[in-house]
Design a protein around this ligand. Structure first.
Ligand SMILES: C[S@@+](CC[C@H](N)C(=O)[O-])C[C@H]1O[C@@H](n2cnc3c(N)ncnc32)[C@H](O)[C@@H]1O
Length: 266
């Protein structure tokens, strides 16, 4: 009996993305080396002129779609002033609970790409781990990038990443995964629609604390050609200074799974 058969016989509660996943997100992301990622962020931003944190007024960073705030927290620990937002109230709840009484903790808010209209002007803006792929239309990415530009100081930096089509085709085109953790289990059913360039991942989550209940979240992401993202950046009056393969300081290859773009206000 395959897992999908089991899933489809269950009655499940459909919830919005990250409503329940927020509670298990850090565990299912435990394979991601966020320390290395934060080091990469600091390294690349510093190379393009971000001042150090020994300055009396350390650089001010904004992280968009910060999720459960792991990178934001690590950047704050490194002495940066960090504001961070995410559209999911449950992700922000987890982020806030993680920083607790930390000195210099990031300032977390619930907000959306589509309404970004920051009061502050930042030294750098970040948007990491496939978050841009949640924007389903190119014109909405353009709108978001223009908002990012307006949030930056002159010469401010923007670092974001995006998943590649290679990643969807090789790893997520028609896959099913099951994982059992200490106090929950989940099934992830992944489908890639090549023609529409839409990646759909359905999560079926069972929490041990709620026996007999299955939550379903459908996550839809658009996969963009790298050239499409380059064109959008240029339309948004920013300039790309470096593209990297994952968090290596090497140019992307055909088999890159995720590409970072380091941009500066034009
Ligand atoms: C894959 S997670 C990445 C989270 C975090 N950046 C990390 O590295 O773990 C994608 C995040 O994008 C957020 N997101 C999706 N659509 C959004 C939107 N329209 N505005 C703001 N955040 C959004 C989700 O809530 C989620 O936290």
């Amino acid at each position: 009996m395959n897992s999908e058969f089991n899933i489809h016989r269950s009655t499940f509660n459909v919830v919005d993305p990250y409503v329940v996943l927020a509670r298990i997100y850090d565990q299912i992301m435990s394979h991601v080396d966020y320390h290395k990622w934060a080091d990469f962020v600091i390294d690349i931003l510093t190379d393009y002129g971000l001042p150090g944190t020994d300055d009396p007024r350390p650089p001010h960073l904004l992280e968009c779609a910060c999720g459960t705030g792991t990178v934001a927290g690590l950047l704050a620990l490194n002495g940066y002033r960090v504001d961070a937002f995410d559209s999911s109230p449950t992700m922000i709840e987890v982020a806030e609970s993680k920083v607790g009484s930390m000195l210099n903790s990031p300032d977390f808010t619930v907000s959306d790409f589509t309404v970004l209209d920051a009061e502050n002007r930042y030294d750098a803006v970040l948007c990491l781990y496939d978050s841009v792929n949640y924007i389903l239309e190119p014109h909405l990415i353009e709108d978001f990038f223009s908002r990012v530009r307006r949030s930056l100081k002159m010469d401010g930096l923007f670092l974001f990443d995006a998943c590649t089509e290679y990643n969807s085709i090789v790893h997520f085109s028609s896959e099913e995964q099951q994982e059992r953790c200490e106090d929950f289990s989940y099934d992830r059913v992944m489908r890639y629609n090549h023609r529409e360039m839409i990646q759909e991942n359905s999560f079926y989550i069972r929490l041990d604390s709620e026996p007999g209940k299955v939550y379903k979240e459908l996550h839809r992401q658009r996969i963009y050609k790298l050239q499409t993202l380059r064109d959008i950046i240029s339309k948004s009056r920013m300039k790309i200074f470096e593209e990297t393969d994952e968090y290596l300081r090497k140019p992307p290859r055909e088999q890159s799974l995720r590409v970072h773009f380091l941009c500066r206000r034009d």
